[in-house]
Ligand binder design. Sequence first.
Ligand SMILES: Cc1cc2nc3c(=O)[nH]c(=O)nc-3n(C[C@H](O)[C@H](O)[C@H](O)COP(=O)(O)OP(=O)(O)OC[C@H]3O[C@@H](n4cnc5c(N)ncnc54)[C@H](O)[C@@H]3O)c2cc1C
Length: 497
Amino acid sequence: MTSHAAPLIVGAGIAGLWTAWRLSVEGRGSVVLTKCALSDSASAWAQGGIAVALSPGDSPAEHAADTMAAGRGLSDPEAVRVLTTEGPDRIRELLALGARFDVATDGRLRFGLEAAHTRPRIIHAGGDRTGAVLVSTLVEIIRADPAVEIVEYAEVRELLELDGRIAGVRIVRRNGRVEERWGPAVVLATGGVGQLFETTTNPLVATGDGWALAYHAGAELRDLEFLQFHPTALRLPGVNPAPLISEAVRGAGAVLVDAGGRRFMVELDPRAELAPRDVVARAVADAEGGAWLDAREVPDFAATFPGITAMLATHGLDASRDLLPVAPALHYAMGGISTDLDGRTTRTGLWAAGEVASTGVHGANRLASNSLLEGLVFADRVAREIVGEPPVTVAAEERESLSPDDPAPDRAAEPVRAEMRRVMSANVGVVRSEESLREAERELLRLKSATPRQAWRTANQLLVARLIARAALERRETRGGHARTDFPEPLPTTEGA
Ligand SMILES: Cc1cc2nc3c(=O)[nH]c(=O)nc-3n(C[C@H](O)[C@H](O)[C@H](O)COP(=O)(O)OP(=O)(O)OC[C@H]3O[C@@H](n4cnc5c(N)ncnc54)[C@H](O)[C@@H]3O)c2cc1C
């Protein structure tokens, strides 16, 4: 009999790292498992910043009102209240940990403006390197913490049950070795689903694994149809992921033009380029002859956006000289594994935090820069909730008897995944219809039957793609990140729900 006291945290983005940090502060060790290196996460890539009600004159209530408006009637007011009222304390803690957010000449935090925020509220670090700064701050602390075991290149393949509760994971190591780890709680912090689409800003690790794991374990998923497409990914054929040109660039004055040089957003929405993302994404997708971002008039572009400037240079582009070709790209999943306000899923022993979870904060659309904050706030609540879970006792360790994983079937199925990504972008993308969604379902089923069972990664991705298409088919309205050409209006019955 072996006793296991350390909770298992799957994922090393902001949500996973913060869970481990808080547990450690509360005196509990943990195991952080991540399928690639620690730097492979959306968190490490976040550019724009973190929304938080800390600027003079701002308040959690105003931040909450903007978040509710973005959610188009589907955000849970209590989840939004938790996010906006607990957010400032998490940022103060990050500051105390040494995270270097950008400050003005008077030494106070600098606040930027982003789409659909009614006032400047976004804090940054390293200009547009917010995520990298945050992740490296946390990684440094956690690496030095003997209470936290970090296991890189440990891909969670399955959730394990013990006495009717989730209490372990089966992982595949880089050399193919399969192992089991047990713990009093399993926290899924596996991030998003962008890699199921052809054009996405998400890193290669964002393959929807958490949704598949939760689904197989019988946990409830919700609102999977609500996906946010970022309107301004750099449009470069064959480049995956698509490099992002953050909203902050539009906040700093860049405008969108079509092939004829017309500034099309001015005619479509009074907020022009700073209209909510779904509005801008649809306009960019529809723009006559394509869309370009004109940032030539943005003062000090290179100093304000050093990361974007360097990225553009690698593609031979200079924002002070060139128009930047842009297209919408799958960016963020609003829905996910249903959780309560403490991150508890519908399966005992299983928690979820960060982008993989559906806390109710985002409703039908996410307010820009709310996701890092959500990761911090709800991971913190998960940690405080599981800190008291008693150790689990496991009868026998089967490690040696598990046969190694064979990645060959998944490698051979790359054409299937490429086809899946094409089908998802073409039929379940910025705009959808009954016809496109039924076509997606048919194609995804066909791809499933062409996929051998041993290609379990591919099968999981196809499963999540089908779940998204089904959810989109069932929502017969247009709302937030979900736009239907055949149902172009929101349903009055759910408005304000
Ligand atoms: C380019 C870009 C820019 C962004 N900019 C901003 C911004 O400015 N502000 C903002 O608020 N949000 C931004 N976002 C969104 C935000 O970064 C993410 O929503 C957030 O970082 C998600 O954090 P997370 O901890 O939930 O997941 P992630 O940071 O994505 O981490 C997921 C982790 O899970 C691991 N993992 C996945 N599957 C498995 C598995 N099967 N086994 C083991 N490990 C696994 C991954 O390796 C990774 O470590 C941006 C996103 C992108 C892609």
